[in-house]
Design a protein around this ligand. Structure first.
Ligand code: PLP
Length: 407
């Protein structure tokens, strides 16, 4: 059994709340102001200049696109959990990744990325929307892929949707002076703290585990002061700010994060083992199974395998598509990290924009399903999943839709 217990549990509850005692309140106030009264122009000008340079804490926030105290509390707390000097929150995970790529451009127009990545991230890199030259490389090939104009190396571990793990320290060593960005959405700071392994930027789609209840969109990056300044400047210019109410909910979500992560992980281990023994399951991708962690990174890089599982069913698309229509307790939906369990079909949904040949190479097959294990009783989840698999196997075949048919 993996243990996630540490003083992170106390930090999760108390970080970003240091001034509540002086304020005489038990929970943080929510500041929804879009603008702030300016009674002293020269003081306000100083604040404005500092914010424009990327400073975070000024006498006057001036305007909500520049700064917000409620969002700042969440940033402070998240930075503490990641062991970072600072953190910058955005309106979504994609907004964070876009800001990081834009901020990196100052150091060169070339980016190296390790697949698999969330389909949206992959699409952002291949779409040509951003003025970047992108090289996709294996984790072992980073040194060879880096050029003098490489400004960022991007990776996900565990990766969406195959749960592939990447050795962060090894990538950092290969990247040399090039900053390494780790999307740690699947791990959360409870299971993995990439900065301790040499990463420069840790990104989360806060929409997922950090919020934890499927009711907000957000993104956050934990990093050093220099990068935090750069990213705040991008945020001011692009306007992809986190709504303060979401900032409040995220700050609250952090308080239960260790408990949610630990509990969901326990259930995921049970489901992964049972799925691995199921005759209708071709393979299970889960870092808690030996095959899912060939480099033995769980224990060294991660405190535990987490609560995301992918598995491939016999019968390909047809059976996989039926399973998601047959579940009753799990919700058939994209996204992850919520209190309720979700199941989705990566080739058809989250990774649909990835080239089918690349999907095949990455193991994102038509029979692959991804589960985000929530907080329901594990035996109930198993009974639901097992029943759905049985019913799906016993129904007649249907042709897969055109977009998923094999060439
Ligand atoms: C690993 C990962 N990174 C980034 C994102 C994008 O986050 P958002 O949907 O909050 O923009 C997602 C979304 O699913 C994700 O799974």
């Amino acid at each position: 059994m993996w243990s996630t217990v540490s003083n992170l549990e106390s930090d999760s509850v108390h970080a970003g709340r240091e001034d509540l005692r002086d304020l005489g309140v038990h929970v943080p106030p929510i500041d929804l102001s879009t603008t702030y009264p300016i009674h002293d122009l020269s003081l306000a000008t100083q604040s404005l200049d500092a914010l424009a340079e990327g400073d975070a804490d000024t006498a006057n926030p001036i305007y909500a696109r520049l700064s917000n105290p409620t969002v700042r509390r969440f940033e402070t707390a998240l930075a503490e959990l990641e062991g970072a000097a600072d953190a910058v929150a955005f309106s979504s995970g994609m907004a964070v990744l876009t800001a990081c790529l834009l901020a990196a451009r100052a150091d060169g127009g070339h980016v190296v990325a390790v697949r698999p990545l969330y389909g949206g991230t992959d699409h952002l890199l291949t779409s040509g929307l951003l003025p970047l030259d992108v090289t996709f490389a294996e984790a072992e090939g980073i040194a060879a892929a880096c050029r003098p104009d490489t400004s960022l190396v991007i990776l996900e571990t565990p990766a969406n949707p195959t749960l592939a793990l990447v050795d962060i320290e090894d990538v950092v060593r290969q990247a040399g002076s090039v900053p390494v960005l780790v999307d740690s959405t699947f791990a959360t700071p409870i299971l993995q703290r990439p900065l301790e392994h040499g990463a420069r930027l840790v990104v989360h789609s806060a929409t997922k585990f950090l919020g934890g209840h499927g009711d907000l969109m957000g993104g956050v990056v934990a990093t050093d002061e220099e990068w935090a300044h750069r990213l705040r400047k991008v945020r001011i210019l692009t306007g992809a700010v986190l709504y303060p109410l979401a900032g409040y909910l995220l700050h609250r979500g952090l308080q239960t994060l260790p408990v949610r992560v630990e509990r969901a992980q326990r259930s995921a281990q049970l489901l992964a083992r049972r799925l691995a023994d199921h005759p209708a399951v071709k393979g299970v991708l889960y870092p808690g199974l030996a095959a899912g962690d060939p480099q033995r990174l769980v224990g060294r890089q991660m405190k535990g395998p987490g609560s995301m599982i992918a598995f491939e069913v016999e019968g390909g698309y047809d059976v996989a598509a039926r399973i998601v229509t047959e579940v009753r307790m799990l919700t058939p939906a994209v996204s992850l990290g919520s209190v309720d369990s979700l199941i989705e079909h990566p080739a058809g949904l989250t990774h649909r924009t990835v080239d089918p040949e690349i999907r095949r190479q990455l193991g994102i097959t038509d029979g692959l399903l991804r589960i985000s294990v929530g907080l329901e009783a594990p035996e109930d989840l198993w009974s639901d999943l097992n029943g759905a698999i049985e019913r799906a196997r016993n129904r007649p075949n249907e042709a897969p839709p055109r977009h998923l048919r094999s060439a």
